[in-house]
Design a binder for this molecule. Structure first.
Ligand SMILES: [Zn+2]
Length: 279
């Protein structure tokens, strides 16, 4: 380990934490999360280096930027790659509050009259509207097998988006470079098959445990993946629907505002995607 040199400047750097409750309430962090006695997570402001990281397209694409910022701003999460996707938005909002303050400007174009509304979003009120996970989502299959589901973490999510990105790039390239339709079709099928594998992988990773009717608990990823691959369409849909409901937990995905132009109430989507949110 390299010896840390004492930096006389560092002691004057003010770092005040914001404390927030997170949608998972700390459930699902196997390597540990340190919450206060009242169940809150400390969130620290970004450094100049964090901000630069969030502006690097490559670091953003492979998820490195977000992981780096989490390591620095929420040190009480032992392994930042374990951060649950349902917690990420709330943490990002709190990082923004800790770094720039509670208000955020947003421009919303009215779909009715095209008026450009300037909205002053008060971030703590958005956090107040978040929903919480009870820590357990259970689905019972017709076969009698019970499945306990958990939300994805950002490592799973990054793996998924990188693979999709790869496959999409391959397909686009193929479309430009190959003229033979049969060759194109075969390659497209291979790519599509890989995309399906990636989705099955993501679903399998959301299965905490599968319990057979006679009480055997299965948590081996490969066995679960194999089982999911063989499910009927209806059975798969049951798990898929439960997972889709699970990822809705957390911050609201939109807010209603009244248009200054035509006075209609319009729905403004909230986007906490780090590249836009901190841009
Ligand atoms: Zn309007």
């Amino acid at each position: 380990m390299t010896q840390q040199k004492f930096n006389p400047l560092a002691q004057f750097t003010k770092k005040t934490a914001r404390y927030i409750r997170i949608p998972s309430q700390g459930v699902g962090y196997k390597k540990g999360i340190n919450l206060t006695d009242s169940g809150e997570l400390a969130v620290y402001p970004m450094t100049a280096k964090d901000e630069l990281m969030l502006k690097s397209p490559d670091a953003l694409l492979n998820g490195q930027a977000v992981v780096g910022v989490l390591a620095n701003c929420v040190p009480d999460i032992t392994d930042p790659t374990e951060t649950l996707s349902i917690d990420l938005d709330a943490i990002m909002v709190a990082i923004r509050m800790a770094t720039y303050g509670d208000a955020m400007d947003m421009t919303v174009t009215c779909p009715h009259c095209k008026y450009s509304n300037n909205v002053d979003l008060i971030l703590p009120t958005i956090l107040d509207q978040q929903t919480y996970w009870t820590g357990l989502t259970e689905v019972e299959m017709e076969s009698g097998i019970k499945v306990k589901l958990k939300p994805y973490n950002i490592k799973d999510q990054n793996r998924m988006s990188l693979s999709s990105f790869d496959q999409m790039t391959k397909l686009n390239q193929l479309d430009k470079e190959v003229t033979d339709t049969a060759v194109k079709l075969t390659a497209a099928n291979v790519s599509f098959g890989q995309l399906v594998d990636v989705s099955i992988d993501l679903v399998a990773r959301s299965v905490e445990v599968a319990i057979t009717p006679d009480g055997q608990e299965i948590d081996d990823l490969d066995i679960i993946k194999d089982w999911i691959r063989g499910l009927t369409k209806q059975e798969f849909a049951k798990i898929d629907t439960a997972l889709k409901e699970l990822v809705q937990i957390g911050l609201p995905k939109s807010v209603n505002i009244q248009c200054d132009g035509c006075k209609e109430v319009i729905e403004a989507p909230l986007n906490f995607n780090p590249s836009d949110f901190f841009g």
